[in-house]
Design a protein around this ligand. Structure first.
Ligand code: SF4
Length: 353
C-alpha cells in the first residue's frame, strides 16, 4: 500500500494559510498545523480582551489559528518561539518592511522551524506548506524572495505553496506525485478575488481578515511605541511583558524617565490589573476612571502629581476639578494623593507615544 504523506502547514489564522492547507488536504495528504507565538502575534490574547464596539461589535473574540484548525478538522501545534525570535526581530539580515516588521527574515525563520519540528523522526512530516501568494507582499512574497525563503531556511524543494505552485518551480511533493500539480493553484498579485472564490468553493462562509499582516510589527503606531521603548531604555531589546504592554492602553510619556499606560476600557483595565505587582499603579478614588501603570524609575513627588493630574484628565473629573487617586508601589501600601485633573488642552501631543 502506498504510504500516506504528511505535510506540516504554517497556520497564521488568516484565509490564505487556511486555503493552502485545505487544497493539500483535498489530495489525501495528512495535514497538521503549526503556529508560532512570537509575542507580537495579533492572535495573542490581548486581541481578545478589549470590549467590542461599533462595527466590530459582532466580531467574535477568538484565536483565529485555533479556529482555522477547527474549521479544517486538523491538529494545531502552538509553539512558543519568543526567545529565539528576538534575534530575528532585532537583527534582521534582510532589514525591515515599512515599519519594524522583519517579514523576510521572519518567514525564513518560521519555515526553518517548521522543517526542524516537522521532519523530526517522531513527527515524520514529508513537506512544509505555507499560504504565501506570489506578488502579494512587496518585499517578502516576490519572484526573488520566495525561492530565497526556501533556500535560506534549508527546506529547499520540500516547501510547497499550494496557492501559487503553478507559477513557481516544481517542488519535490509535485515531482514525486505526492500531490498533483494540476490541482494546485497559480494565484499571484494582490487581487484577493481568487482566494475568495476558492473559499466559497470549499464551503467556507467566514474567515479572519487581518489588516496588514499577521503581527503587530506591521502596525505603524505599534512600531513607534517599540522605538520609544528602546530609546527610553537606551538599548534595542525587549522582554515579553514589554511587547505585550505595547498592545494595551494609551501610552503617554510626559518626561523621558517615565511613561504612563492608561486603560482605554474595562477589558484593558482588567488586563493592566495583572501588572499591579510589577509596576507603580495609579487608581482614581474620587471619580470613576481607568487604571494607570507607570513604567519608569526614580520618579519624584512632582512626577507622581503630574501622572495623577493626567489620570484625572482621563477619568470623570472635569478640567481642574479636585481629583484624588491611590498610588501603590510594588509590594507597598496604597497612598491617597489629592490633586486636580489636567485640562484636556494641556495634554501635549508629543506625550502620546
Ligand atoms: S507580518 Fe509579522 S509574523 Fe507575518 S511575516 Fe511579517 S514579521 Fe512575520
Amino acid at each position: 500500500m502506498e504510504q500516506q504523506r504528511k505535510a506540516v502547514a504554517l497556520i497564521s489564522g488568516g484565509l490564505d494559510s487556511m486555503l493552502a492547507a485545505k487544497t493539500v488536504m483535498e489530495q489525501g495528504i495528512h495535514v497538521e498545523g503549526l503556529n508560532f507565538f512570537t509575542g507580537f502575534c495579533v492572535e495573542g490574547h490581548t486581541q481578545a480582551i478589549r470590549e467590542r464596539r461599533g462595527p466590530n461589535a459582532e466580531k467574535p473574540k477568538r484565536n483565529n489559528a485555533l479556529w482555522v484548525a477547527e474549521q479544517l478538522g486538523i491538529k494545531l501545534h502552538i509553539v512558543d518561539v519568543i526567545e529565539e525570535y528576538k534575534e530575528v526581530m532585532l537583527n534582521p539580515r534582510h532589514g525591515y518592511g515599512q515599519h519594524l516588521n522583519p517579514c523576510l527574515d521572519c518567514k525564513v525563520f518560521m519555515v526553518r522551524k517548521a522543517q526542524a519540528w516537522g521532519f523530526m523522526e517522531q513527527h515524520g512530516f514529508d513537506f512544509v506548506i505555507t499560504g504565501e501568494v506570489m506578488g502579494q507582499r512587496p518585499k517578502s512574497q516576490t519572484k526573488q524572495t520566495m525561492p530565497l525563503i526556501a533556500r535560506e531556511s534549508g527546506v529547499e524543494d520540500r516547501l510547497l505553496r499550494p496557492l501559487s505552485a503553478k507559477v513557481l518551480t516544481e517542488t519535490l511533493p509535485e515531482r514525486e506525485g505526492w500531490v498533483d500539480r494540476e490541482r494546485l493553484h497559480g494565484f499571484h498579485g494582490r487581487n484577493r478575488k481568487p482566494q475568495i472564490e476558492l473559499a466559497k468553493k470549499f464551503g467556507f462562509t467566514e474567515w479572519a481578515q487581518p489588516s496588514g499582516g499577521c503581527c503587530f510589527l506591521t502596525n505603524e503606531h505599534y512600531s513607534d511605541k517599540l522605538k520609544d521603548l528602546w530609546q527610553a531604555q537606551g538599548k534595542r531589546d525587549y522582554e515579553l511583558d514589554d511587547i505585550m504592554l505595547l498592545k494595551v492602553g494609551r501610552h503617554l510619556r510626559p518626561a523621558p524617565h517615565f511613561k504612563l499606560i492608561i486603560g482605554r476600557e474595562e477589558g484593558e483595565n482588567q488586563y493592566l490589573e495583572g501588572y499591579r505587582h510589577q509596576f507603580i499603579c495609579l487608581r482614581p478614588v474620587s471619580h470613576r476612571g481607568p487604571l494607570c501603570i507607570i513604567d519608569g524609575d526614580n520618579l519624584s513627588a512632582e512626577d507622581f502629581a503630574q501622572a495623577g493630574r493626567i489620570l484625572g484628565r482621563y477619568s470623570q473629573a472635569a478640567d481642574d476639578e479636585a481629583f484624588a487617586f491611590e498610588l501603590t508601589k510594588p509590594g507597598g501600601q496604597g497612598e491617597v494623593i489629592h490633586t486636580t485633573a489636567l485640562p484636556g488642552p494641556q495634554i501635549k501631543p508629543g506625550w502620546h507615544v
